[in-house]
Ligand binder design. Structure first.
Ligand SMILES: [Zn+2]
Length: 341
């Protein structure tokens, strides 16, 4: 009996635990939008029970300044003033800013709990492509018009303070609160973007009113030569015979209408990779082949997962409050008061 137990344990360690330790948790996604966080996550969240959290611990956040390497200790809400003002225009509706504050607070705590080794001795960094954007008050003021700086700042401070201690949970645990700039009218499920990661609260949802924002539509044009060399940066074997009708071909769409796989000549790549290689704002694009060039017409801005910031603003304009906005973008979640942080 004891032998069987030992064998079973060894089997489990060999088959499940060792590969899990060896597998790198870093997803190879390069983000190009200022309003997106990077995808680094050790995916342990669902295993931790709420009772194990000590939210008091996250009253103070250790922020790594990526450029200088300095670590600054900040009260979480003070830290969030710099995040919200770095991630969302102050001109957005107050309820959208509140939603952003709760999303950013949740994201911060999620990262601090689930990704503690990402930055040595720090909970999070100030780089938008690594964690989430953060800007100091002085720097923020220098970029605003002097006459509106004070009221902009007060609006952001109010969005953070009036939602203090509130975070988003699913099944009692903080969610991995992804957000992006513009969904193009429909968000994407995490499964379609990051393969195996299927967060139950990151489902595809539709939002009206996003077409009115500058982030909604964009275009990129490359000469045929330029396009080939872009693909060759990663796939040196790529050959595109532009005389062939289907020399560039979309092979598969995700359920939200974004490109899942696309073929350039003899090379088939994921839509997310095409986006990165070609510097497109999203994977929701069409293309036109002209005489000497190819034009990509892109809808939306960002990976499309979680809260759309322009969508949040559009919803706020039609009367939704921050809780309704959050529950629109994150499926079956709760907003809870963790403590008086
Ligand atoms: Zn970081």
């Amino acid at each position: 009996m004891r032998k069987i137990l030992i064998y079973s344990l060894s089997f489990i360690i060999l088959i499940f635990i060792i590969p899990a330790i060896c597998t790198t948790s870093k997803k190879n996604i390069q983000e190009t939008s200022i309003n997106e966080q990077s995808i680094t996550d050790n995916n342990n969240q669902e295993q931790i029970q709420p009772a194990e959290y000590n939210y008091e611990k996250y009253k103070t956040i250790k922020l790594l300044h990526k450029e200088t390497g300095q670590i600054e200790e900040l009260n979480i809400d003070e830290y969030l003033y710099g995040v919200v003002s770095g991630e969302m225009p102050a001109s957005y509706e107050e309820e959208a800013l509140k939603a952003q504050a709760v999303v950013a607070r949740t994201y911060t705590i999620y990262q601090a709990i689930n990704n503690p080794t990402k930055h040595e001795n720090a909970d999070i960094c100030d780089n938008y492509a690594c964690c989430q954007a953060w800007i100091s008050k002085d720097e923020r003021f220098s970029k605003w018009n002097a006459e509106e700086a004070e009221s902009n700042w007060n609006k952001i401070v109010n969005a953070v303070n009036s939602t203090s201690g509130k975070i988003i949970t699913y099944n009692g645990s903080p969610i991995n609160a992804f957000f992006h700039a513009n969904s193009g009218g429909i968000t994407e499920s995490s499964l379609n973007i990051w393969g195996k990661i299927d967060y139950p609260y990151l489902k595809s949802v539709e939002t009206a009113g996003e077409e009115g924002y500058t982030q909604y539509a964009s275009e990129v044009t490359y000469t045929k030569e330029e396009l080939l060399s872009k693909i060759k940066e990663k796939y040196n074997e790529c050959i595109i015979d532009y005389t062939q009708e289907n020399c560039i071909q979309i092979l598969e769409y995700t359920t939200s209408g974004r490109i899942k796989t696309i073929k350039f000549g003899n090379v088939t790549i994921a839509g997310t990779e095409a986006r990165t290689l070609l510097g497109l704002k999203s994977t929701n694009f069409t293309f036109t082949i002209n005489n000497d060039s190819i034009t990509f017409s892109v809808i939306g801005y960002g990976h499309g997962v979680g809260m759309s910031q322009t969508g949040a603003d559009a919803l706020a304009k039609t009367g939704s409050n921050f809780e309704e906005i959050i529950k629109h973008f994150y499926t079956d979640v709760e907003i809870i008061e963790v403590n008086s942080l």
